[in-house]
Design a protein around this ligand. Structure first.
Ligand SMILES: CC(=O)N[C@H]1[C@@H](OP(=O)(O)O)O[C@H](CO)[C@@H](O)[C@@H]1O
Ligand SMILES: [Mg+2]
Length: 563
């Protein structure tokens, strides 16, 4: 077959298959902060086209990539699609404009033109020719998931030489983890995922220091699965876990409730109330909640029996707990013995947050001597920044985050651990090295993962000998308020300094500054949302009334400048 013939073949195949997936009338799709999202029934054409993008990404990188069908915390009838790069992280931002253009191609002819133009530009050769692409597919429990999976498969099949590997119903982080493992030449099945988590958890539990207050730390945690995929998976995993008593509610079983309806991490964090299925019987219990695709985790405690109020332990406090633990282990690892012979393993530990992190958490982390960096909103920014460190911990306040260990650092740590195993087995130094290695296996290195995050929180609390109250008392959150302002064109606001300062329209930042100056501990910023057609206003101050008033007055300025 000549390459010209193959290109012609490819052209016809794409034309034919895309004609079965027309763009829904009057709709425009954008690759937002976390892929495409819309009502599930409107998404077949988008998912078909995302299948094509995934194949091209796989051809370009010569590695397997992932395609996940989920709409996270959105209502059950919504759905969405996002692509995972070969290292398991979000697809490179550099490809988002192409993904978006393809999703909006008005007809098969223009779709084919876009594909051929883009592949030429990127130096990707189409038409089989020996190269093959591999796409790992996953979906959550949404009713439209099955049909959309079929659309993805059709999109993948429309490029010659591409293979789809259906990994089944998964959490988003499981799929990202599988992509990462597959490309490292490791096994990528769910059973290996469960095995890795349960074994590293056991290893950390076995090394909880004796004689701490651990006996007073309840090993019981009640988890709200948001009636989504995370609850089901946790039910499976918990059978392999020792030393922890996990009770799963809202696990998505028939009759238990509707996905994300009055349940889940997004609901609990935003509304600051207990999820459905939790009540007075749970007062004082340590409770956790996942979002619909289990990549977010927050904790809460029902504070009193006569109201629905909760003590929220958000992503910032999870980050603070992890940071203290990692810092402690690094300190032990590098401590000099009497002979002063311990070789120091130089470690750059970095913390990454966004401007939405509660100011009290940032102050707390800095007081601990930690290096804190802010990035724009969205995991793709935080992840990239954290990956610059030897050990980088990132979290959004809403509970999405993880701990990254660089490959280079991990091999140095492994070497140090092997040395210690020879020269001082069972020493405190050796145990610290083993703990850090176990953390790198327990915590998902590809993306934030509610299940692995939950296990790490649980074992760190045991290690510290901390009750839920001790954790809550780490620092007091500053009162805050978030508001949404509907404007004619949200792109009229541009920002700088990790979205904390407005550049355009001119004069708006001065107006915000003059409001902030009126409040003790006032902090406020505005930015266009990447997932909704609104401007977000965030304000903090020393009292709730002041935070409310600051947010309100700044919203008025936004409305005045852009309304
Ligand atoms: C303030 C806030 O919580 N913003 C969320 C939200 O982004 P916006 O761009 O703010 O709409 O959705 C993102 C995707 O889930 C998440 O990463 C981010 O943290
Ligand atoms: Mg999610």
């Amino acid at each position: 077959m000549t390459s010209e013939f193959m290109a012609k073949d490819q052209h016809l195949l794409l034309l034919e298959s895309s004609s079965h997936f027309p763009l829904p009338h009057g709709m425009t799709f954008s690759y937002g902060t976390a892929g495409f999202r819309a009502v599930g029934s409107k998404l077949p054409s988008t998912v078909f086209r995302a299948g094509i993008v995934a194949v091209l990404r796989s051809l370009k990188t010569g590695s397997a990539v992932g395609l996940m069908i989920t709409a996270s915390h959105n209502p059950i009838l919504d759905n969405g699609v996002k692509i995972a790069d070969p290292d398991g992280s979000m697809m490179t931002q550099h490809w988002e404009p192409f993904a978006e253009a393809l999703a909006n191609a008005p007809n098969p002819q223009s779709l084919v033109e876009l594909v051929f133009h883009f592949t030429k530009e990127e130096g990707i050769s189409l038409g089989g020719g020996g190269t093959c692409a591999e796409i790992l597919l996953g979906r959550d429990t949404r009713p439209t998931g099955e049909a959309l999976l079929e659309a993805a498969k059709q999109g993948i099949k429309s490029i010659v030489g591409a293979a789809a590997l259906d990994m089944g119903i998964l959490t988003t982080p499981q799929l990202h983890w599988m992509v990462m493992n597959k490309n490292k030449g490791m096994k990528a099945s769910e059973s290996v995922y469960f095995m890795q988590l349960s074994e590293s958890f056991r290893c950390l539990m076995d090394m909880v220091p004796k004689g701490t207050r651990k006996d007073c730390v309840d090993s019981r945690v009640v988890v709200d699965g948001a009636n989504g995929v995370g609850g089901e998976k946790l039910e499976q995993l918990k059978k392999l876990l020792i030393g922890i008593d996990i009770q799963v509610r809202n696990s998505g079983k028939q009759g238990e409730g509707v996905l994300n309806e009055g349940v889940g991490a997004d609901f609990v964090q935003k509304e600051k109330v207990a999820p459905s299925g939790f009540g007075t019987k749970d007062v004082g219990e340590r409770c956790a909640t996942f979002d619909g695709d289990a990549d977010r985790l927050v904790y809460f405690r029902i504070s009193s029996s006569n109201c629905n109020g909760i003590d929220l332990v958000d992503g910032d406090k999870i980050l603070s707990l992890f940071a203290l633990f990692i810092k402690e282990q690094l300190h032990i690892l590098n401590k000099q013995g009497d002979e002063g012979t311990n070789n120091v393993l130089v470690t750059r530990l970095g913390i990454v947050q966004t401007a939405y992190a509660n100011g009290a958490s940032t102050d707390f982390l800095k007081q601990q001597g930690l290096e804190v960096v802010l990035t724009p909103t969205g995991v793709k920014y935080l992840h990239k920044k954290a990956a610059e460190c030897d050990v980088g911990i990132y979290f959004e306040a809403n509970g999405h985050g993880t701990i990254l260990f660089s490959e280079e650092y991990l091999s140095k740590l492994q070497k140090k651990c092997d040395d210690l195993a020879c020269h001082s087995p069972g020493s405190e130094h050796h145990k610290a090295a083993l703990r850090l290695l176990a953390v790198s296996k327990l915590i998902n290195q590809a993306v934030g993962d509610a299940i692995s995050g939950l296990l790490l929180v649980e074992v760190v609390l045991q290690h510290m000998g901390w009750s839920m109250q001790d954790w809550i008392d780490l620092y007091n959150d500053l009162p805050s308020r978030q508001l949404k302002v509907k404007v004619a064109d949200r792109t009229a606001i541009t920002t700088t300094h990790a979205e904390t300062q407005v550049l355009e329209p001119s004069g708006l930042q001065e107006a915000i500054d003059s409001e902030i100056a009126k409040y003790h501990k006032g902090r406020c910023f505005v930015r266009p949302s990447g997932t909704e057609d609104i401007i977000r206003v965030y304000a903090e101050a020393s009292s709730q009334e002041a935070a409310n008033a600051l947010a309100k007055s700044v919203s008025r300025h936004v409305d005045h400048f852009l309304g």
